[in-house]
Design a protein around this ligand. Structure first.
Ligand code: SAH
Ligand code: SF4
Ligand code: F3S
Length: 525
């Protein structure tokens, strides 16, 4: 919806807030009685415009607008008093962080958070579209929420995140899940207060999904999930258009935040006592390419290395844009940790070509070599897709040998899942599921073996652990991560939570290490 359409919408939908009760009653009637064919056109605002993958693909050279003037409309500032919200998050760290922003917006509107769906007045599903099974989970949850909505017609249920940027998903919700109150896209998060207002006072499902390059909205409030580790977006979107991937369509064009805005946020987190930050972007190495001045991730990391925060990570790196300057800066160490997540996707140059990854197996290995020379102890981890269209047995074997040759210490492995609207979805998904599963199983066995071997080397060593809290599996034990992102479990008093302490590793497991405190728990950085 563009500016003009939005204005029209606000003219059309002048609602008297005192009329809210009767609206809720008719809302219930709407949910119970709508026949799907009647729905489109009748129950939507006159301005309804569905997401559009073709538009989302555009990368016009227009400047990205950066907005610093965000505020919550006055009439919404106290609307959540005595009310509660719940946000379910699916997908990657970008989505986790968007949830923190939405939690910030809702908190500033007076809402409190809850984990109990029965208590919630607003439920948001922050969705992920990366693979079909991610979407199935969300539709399962939508189904579970229907009885609750029928019981509590004034409950507001919203669908947001990457799935709401997809035409097929929005159409399915329009046709089959009329009880959803609002759908909004990844570019519309800052509009949540206004959309919530429309949803509360309206008989219609509220929809606002912009399929465009995207802007940057600064100064949005955030309620962060923890007080030890924090996420900082350095850029949004992706321009790589790997042939299998939906992200460039759901998240818009690559756009970098201004360095000073990022640095200020990191400083604030340091001042608030955070011990670790992770710089976020779908392709963080492209940071700065769209800025009007010469600036890249290397320079940004150099600036951030001077800030008094003990640990700085970044994710996700694309091998194509990993330049020498960045390697040089990372090699200086300090608070810049030498764990590099460098998704390779396949070990076959031919598969990489059809994936449009824009590097070959050989080029990837040259990059790994450079990284290892500069940072001999660096830990490398990766993402791999098996069963891409036409992937032969030999090409899969190339992935297995690359896994060993690089010595990845862990990997996220996926079965290829065609995503509607992407180029590869038009190609025949011709690797039978049993073959895909068998490849995945063999690959996972190798990943486990390499992870276990990497873990074994830590036995007897003393490592620095940032203690996060009680272990998820055993509340008598504390857990935290090493600089190279290994999970460590150990017994210690709760007073060490939030500190970086030394732990001696006693026993290595496949995915974690068991250790014990070194003498007294003295904080080390
Ligand atoms: N921006 C990151 C990763 C984003 S998505 C990068 O480029 O590396 C996380 C991972 O999901 C990808 O690395 C890829 O391995 C996997 N993935 C993306 N699309 C997929 C698809 N259609 N099917 C299966 N796995 C996919
Ligand atoms: Fe998707 Fe490729 Fe962009 Fe990663 S770089 S988000 S895999 S298009
Ligand atoms: Fe999923 Fe969107 Fe992240 S598709 S992986 S939530 S960018």
């Amino acid at each position: 919806m563009n500016e003009q359409q939005r204005k029209q919408a606000s003219q059309i939908k002048q609602v008297d807030p005192t009329d809210i009760k009767s609206d809720q009653d008719s809302n219930l009637e709407r949910i119970q009685s709508i026949d799907s064919d009647e729905l489109i056109g009748k129950y939507f605002q006159a301005t309804y415009e569905p997401p559009n993958m073709k538009k989302a693909k555009k990368r016009l050279k227009k400047d990205v607008d950066v907005h610093y003037d965000f505020s919550i409309p006055k009439e919404m500032q106290n609307i959540g008093k005595d009310k509660k919200f719940l946000i379910r998050t699916y997908g990657c760290q970008m989505n986790e962080h968007d949830t923190e922003v939405m939690a910030g917006l809702l908190t500033d509107m007076g809402y409190q958070s809850t984990d109990d769906t029965n208590e919630a007045d607003v439920i948001l599903l922050n969705t992920c579209a990366i693979r079909e099974n991610a979407e199935n989970k969300v539709f399962g949850e939508i189904g579970h929420l229907k009885p609750l909505k029928l019981e509590k017609p004034d409950l507001i249920i919203g669908v947001c995140g990457c799935m709401s940027q997809e035409e097929s998903v929005v159409n399915r919700i329009l046709q089959k899940h009329h009880f959803i109150d609002m759908i909004f896209g990844t570019h519309n998060i800052h509009r949540l207060p206004s959309l919530l207002k429309e949803a509360m006072f309206s008989k219609a499902m509220v929809m606002e999904v912009w399929s465009k390059e995207g802007d940057i909205i600064e100064n949005l409030p955030k309620v962060r999930k923890g007080k030890i580790k924090g996420w900082v977006n350095i850029m949004y979107g992706c321009d790589k258009f790997c042939t299998y991937c939906i992200v460039p369509y759901t998240r818009g064009k690559e756009r970098s935040r201004m360095p000073e805005d990022i640095i200020q946020e990191v400083r604030q987190l340091a001042a608030a006592g955070y011990k670790e930050i992770t710089l976020l972007g779908q392709n963080v190495n492209a940071y700065g390419k769209d800025l009007e001045f010469e600036y890249g991730l290397g320079q940004l990391m150099e600036e951030i290395s001077k800030i008094d925060i003990p640990r700085v990570r970044f994710t996700t790196s694309h091998p194509r844009d990993f330049d020498d300057r960045l390697i040089e800066v990372l090699a200086q160490g300090g608070n810049l940790l030498d764990h590099i997540h460098l998704p390779v996707q396949s070990g076959s140059s031919e598969v990489l070509r059809v994936m449009a990854r824009r590097y070959t197996r050989e080029e990837y290995l040259v990059l790994v070599d450079k990284i290892r020379k500069a940072m001999p102890n660096a830990t490398l981890t990766t993402d791999i897709i098996v069963g891409f269209p036409n992937e032969t047995d030999e090409q899969f074997e190339d992935t297995m040998t690359l896994m060993e040759e690089v010595g990845f210490e862990s990997a996220y492995t996926y079965i290829y899942s065609p995503r509607e609207g992407t180029p590869s979805a038009k190609w025949e998904d011709n690797i039978p599921m049993e073959v895909k599963k068998e490849r995945l199983q063999r690959l996972n066995a190798l990943v486990n073996k390499q992870s276990a071997e990497a873990m074994k080397k830590y036995e007897g060593q003393t490592v620095k652990v940032l203690v996060e809290g009680e272990s998820k599996k055993n509340p008598d034990v504390l857990s935290g991560y090493t600089e190279r992102n290994k999970l460590v479990n150990f017994k210690a008093p709760n007073s060490v939570i939030g500190k970086i302490i030394e732990v001696k590793i006693i026993k290595a497991k496949t995915w974690s290490l068991d250790g014990e405190l070194v003498e007294k728990a003295v904080e080390v950085n």
